[in-house]
Design a protein around this ligand. Structure first.
Ligand code: ADP
Ligand code: MG
Length: 234
């Protein structure tokens, strides 16, 4: 479904991604783990066309999208939720959601807003509120909801747990899990919080200094004490 081959990206002389290859299977959560600076954000930014790949390929459903411009990615079925929960605080929850479906026909957009509020009841309750009243966890739900407005096949998430209380992280990860089950979504979940991410992921990919150290079933990675200590911080 989502596949990168030999993906390589540099910022000037700094090689941030160095020949990264892995596959995220359809209808699964693939966690991309690794310390700060491992290249996780660069991977997502390259995959979604925000940064140019120096070498290698990004494939979506077998189709090469490596050189597709970022603004075409939604139409191609890829949604990227960047780090930092960037909601527009002056707009209402509904208006923020609608921004995610601008390329969809108006009628589909209305149905999509209802669908998202069904998936995230807390957004439905705050439909007309301006986003600045939302908590961190609610903002994270809003940016995920906004990405789902584009009806993606593949959802890329950059550190959704960052700065949230453990209880809220569990709530958001449980929601992600049920989205994968109900919508058949393919999720690539980038996290420094490896313990939580592995608890909901099917597969994990560990990055270090821009390279893949290992890709394996999540349970196998969580059980590997040496690997956990060396790369996963738990
Ligand atoms: N805009 C940038 N300009 C130069 N170097 C960058 C830039 N963004 C990231 N890097 C470098 O690329 C490497 C990977 O960073 P990043 O992808 O942000 O890692 P992670 O998300 O895993 O923390 C790091 O060495 C980082 O310093
Ligand atoms: Mg990052």
């Amino acid at each position: 479904m989502f596949d990168v081959r030999d993906l390589t990206t540099s910022y000037g002389p700094v090689r941030a991604l160095d020949g990264v290859s892995f596959t995220a299977r359809e209808g699964e959560v693939t966690a991309v783990l690794g310390a700060n600076g491992a290249g996780k954000t660069t991977l997502l930014r390259t995959a979604s066309g925000l940064v140019r790949a120096e070498r290698g390929q990004v494939r979506l459903d077998g189709r090469d999208v490596t050189r597709a411009p970022a603004e075409d990615m939604a139409r191609l079925g890829l949604a990227h939720v960047p780090e930092g929960r960037g909601v527009i605080t002056e707009l209402t929850v509904e208006e923020n959601l609608r921004l995610g479906g601008l390329h969809r026909p108006a009628r589909a957009r209305r149905a999509d807003v209802e669908r998202i509020c069904g998936l995230f009841p807390v957004l439905g309750e705050r439909y007309d509120a301006t986003a600045h009243v939302l908590s961190g966890g609610e903002r994270q739900m809003l940016v995920i909801g906004r990405a789902l407005m584009a009806a993606p096949k593949v959802l890329l998430l950059d550190e959704p747990s960052l700065g949230l209380a453990p209880r809220i992280v569990t709530q958001i990860f449980d929601l992600l899990r049920s989205l994968v089950a109900s919508e058949g979504l393919t999720v690539v979940l980038v996290e420094q919080n490896a313990r939580s991410a592995l608890s909901i992921a099917d597969v994990g990919v560990v990055l270090n200094l821009g390279k893949v150290v290992v890709q394996d079933e999540a349970a196998a990675l969580a059980a590997d004490e040496k690997l956990r200590h060396a790369y996963l911080g738990f």
